[in-house]
Ligand binder design. Structure first.
Ligand SMILES: NC(=O)c1ccc[n+]([C@@H]2O[C@H](COP(=O)([O-])OP(=O)(O)OC[C@H]3O[C@@H](n4cnc5c(N)ncnc54)[C@H](O)[C@@H]3O)[C@@H](O)[C@H]2O)c1
Length: 450
């Protein structure tokens, strides 16, 4: 009866939805459900984040949800707490916490498990847990054991799902509302419960798969596909450098093939909390089974090699030009127009330049000086001693012999083009090869423009 009660409470929006983790995944989901009429409790261990959101202060990437956010605050449907409390209403816990890169002695599920435990402390028969975090293979079954250890019977008086988030923050075409999901649900009633919740998320566009393992492998495989293709194109870019051709000319020509080819473009490598991490779950899984996943292994190696290759190219070019080794690294986020600096190639390049005694500065319009400690942790660095520039003003730029463009933002694109056209520095290394060659500029562009 319990799960049937939850189903009817969900259909009438009388259940409580607790969302664990109010970051890139949990925050938009909370607002979506709260503005759809559900009572949403956001649970986060970060008091500063809770305080910020409670004071209606949003990060740049959250501003797109501002209107709905204010609406959800006004209608009282969105509350934030550090710990959940008991309730007589059915509860659905959605886990959206980070899953760090698996390493020796670090379980990537540490936060997922603590969020689940936190939910279980206040839950009762009929409640449901949905995991949205990207997790290593086998996690959902581990969570099943934890839940059953509390005396519940999955599929009878407790529901369990794995429904990995696929969101691409700031993507305007593919949003929370129109990205289909893959889902594993422990039983049919739980699946119907989730359908009635996700009706308000993505119109219940849910592809149900038979086992939790299938859904877990799907999520990591999607990101492995991107990692491998990005590494492939970055290695092609290295070859094109040597051939003195622009890799983008190759890709754009290849992309005229109407089937069997998908363009990926060069960069300083992948970053963020998904693509460099999730494929490792498959690698780890293969190793546990005394097997290999050499494509992923190689792609990860290429990904760590690319920043070093870029610094080699910058170093040898400055040596050939016989000018001092001073570089401004521009663009420290892992993707455009967002403040997320986790596992970002910009920091890897700065770190490599510093190891080689370059004079280094960094600039990103999204960089916040007071977040420096967090950036260090998020990039697994002990120290960073670069000069933090506040702008790309002419006078500041002229102090450098090279600009290494790692990431473009709408806020910097025109300025970087102007710097090149005005020949403000002797050399620009454009990791994304986006600057169009201008014969009037005296600036050397990339490495094959002598
Ligand atoms: N960022 C993306 O684009 C994206 C896309 C798809 C999937 N994912 C996956 O979703 C998960 C969350 O990623 P994110 O980018 O939203 O992370 P995030 O760092 O932006 O947010 C996570 C939040 O969880 C909080 N938190 C940590 N431990 C907690 C706990 N035990 N209880 C409650 N809150 C806790 C943190 O304080 C933080 O506010 C990860 O597994 C990630 O791989 C992320």
């Amino acid at each position: 009866m319990y799960l049937h009660d939850t189903l009817s409470q969900t259909q009438s929006k009388k259940c409580i939805i607790e969302i664990f983790g109010l970051g890139y995944v949990g925050f938009p989901l909370s607002i979506r459900l709260a503005t759809s009429g559900f009572k949403v409790i956001g649970v986060d261990v970060d008091s500063k984040r809770i305080e910020r959101i409670q004071n209606n202060i949003l990060n740049e990437s959250e501003l797109v949800f501002r209107k709905e956010f204010l609406e959800s605050r006004k209608n009282g449907n969105f509350e934030m707490v550090k710990f959940p409390t008991k309730s007589d209403s059915s509860k659905i816990g959605i886990i959206c916490v980070p899953t760090p890169i698996p390493k020796q002695n670090i379980d990537s599920n540490v936060f997922v498990k603590s969020a689940v435990e936190n939910f279980l402390n206040t839950c009762k028969s009929g409640d449901v847990i949905i995991i949205e975090s990207s997790v290593k293979v086998g996690t959902t079954n581990e969570i099943r054991t934890i839940i059953e250890g509390k005396g519940f019977k999955i599929g009878e008086d407790f529901g369990l799902c794995f429904c990995p988030e696929r969101i691409d923050p700031l993507n305007q075409k593919w949003t929370l509302e129109n990205i289909p999901r893959v889902i594993y649900a422990s039983d049919d009633i739980t699946f119907r419960i989730v359908q009635s919740v996700y009706h308000y998320v993505n119109n219940s566009s849910l592809k149900r798969v038979e086992s939790a393992k299938i859904a877990e492998v799907v999520k990591s495989f999607e990101n492995a596909f991107r990692l491998v293709n990005i590494s492939l194109v970055n290695e092609l870019a290295v070859l094109c450098d040597k051939l003195e051709i622009n890799v983008n000319d190759v890709i754009n020509a290849a992309a005229t093939k109407p089937f069997g080819f998908m363009p990926f473009y060069p960069s300083a490598g992948v970053g963020g909390h998904c693509i460099p991490k999730d494929p490792r779950f498959l690698l780890e899984s293969a190793r546990t089974l005394n097997s290999e996943f050499s494509t992923i292994d190689t792609a990860l190696k290429i990904n760590s090699f690319i920043p070093k290759y870029i610094v080699d190219s910058i170093e040898s070019t400055l040596e050939r030009l016989k000018i001092a080794k001073s570089v401004l690294v521009c663009g420290l986020t892992y993707k455009p127009d967002i403040e997320d600096m986790r596992d970002s190639p910009g920091f890897k390049i700065i770190n490599e330049l510093q190891k080689r005694n370059f004079r280094v500065a960094g600039y990103d319009p999204y960089y916040k000086k007071d977040m420096r400690e967090r950036y260090l942790i998020a990039n697994e660095l002990q120290e960073l001693n670069f000069v933090e520039l506040d702008s790309l003003d002419d006078d500041l730029i002229r102090n450098f012999n090279c600009i290494c463009i790692v990431q473009y933002h709408a806020k910097t694109r025109f300025r970087l083009t102007a710097i090149y056209q005005k020949s403000l520095v002797p050399f620009i290394y454009d990791c994304q090869k986006k600057l169009a060659k201008d014969p009037k500029s005296k600036t050397i562009l990339n490495v094959h423009n002598f």
